[in-house]
Ligand binder design. Structure first.
Ligand code: GSH
Length: 219
């Protein structure tokens, strides 16, 4: 087994990676990076992740950055863990990878526009924010359609894509995006969060937060 270390931040998108590690039952040390204090921009951390973001995964000292790439690696490393459905060939594999990349490169940036519009402009944030709400609505509507009637993103089969989607829409909801009209998404959220690997990941996040003395504003 390789030596794994995950650079993460409680509540950030590294939750998806942590859930994948728990689902695949891979032992992994956690290193919390307090992004509220700017620890992601220290020279030491920039040597690990040149963009100053979480997650980053060290595999025997070799670093992988970008959530989608880490998840693809974990799926290839532990193919029987069911992080993604088994692909029939390279074409189907690419379609599954495309779903992960959609989460990281389309859905996640839309949410950032809602949560942190000031990071996209030096001027008035209202247009960035309004567009962010619009893009997020498009993405959540796509999920709503796909997970209706108790389905997962891939129908009968849970996958790590469901966890990624859950992180995206719950993070949007923690800003100013309402999930009220998305009944299937709300049901999907309850199902994703009931899974034992999700609960273990959450418990580890809470412990990491305590160990690193991370406090969110207002706490
Ligand atoms: N494209 C990256 C984005 C990662 C990302 O944006 N992470 C956020 C937390 S959810 C972060 O580290 N933010 C700190 C910052 O931007 O300073 C990925 O998918 O891994």
């Amino acid at each position: 087994m390789p030596n794994l270390k995950l650079y993460m931040m409680p509540f950030a998108c590294s939750r998806v990676t942590l859930n994948a590690l728990e689902e695949a039952e891979l032992e992994c040390e956690l290193q919390a990076i307090n992004i509220l204090k700017g620890d992601q921009k220290t020279p030491e951390y920039l040597r690990i992740h040149p963009s100053g973001k979480v997650p980053a995964l060290s595999v025997d000292g070799t670093i992988i950055t970008e959530n989608a790439a880490i998840l693809m690696f974990l799926n290839a490393f532990q193919p029987d863990a069911g992080l993604l459905p088994k692909a029939e060939g390279p074409l189907e594999q690419a379609r599954f990878h495309s779903d992960l990349i959609w989460c990281s490169s389309t859905f996640h940036p839309a949410i950032r526009q809602v949560r942190a519009p000031m990071r996209f402009t030096d001027g008035d944030i209202s247009g960035v924010f309004a567009k962010g709400l619009e893009y997020t609505d498009d993405a959540v509507a796509r999920v709503e359609e796909r997970v209706s009637d108790g389905r997962w993103w891939y129908g009968d089969t849970w996958s790590i894509v469901d966890v990624y989607l859950n992180w995206c829409y719950t993070t949007a909801a923690s800003a100013d995006f309402s999930l009220d009209k998305f009944h299937s998404v709300q049901d999907h959220s309850a199902r994703v969060q009931a899974r034992s690997s999700f609960k273990r990941a959450m418990a580890r996040e809470m412990q990491a937060m305590k160990d690193a003395d991370i406090a969110f504003p207002g706490e």
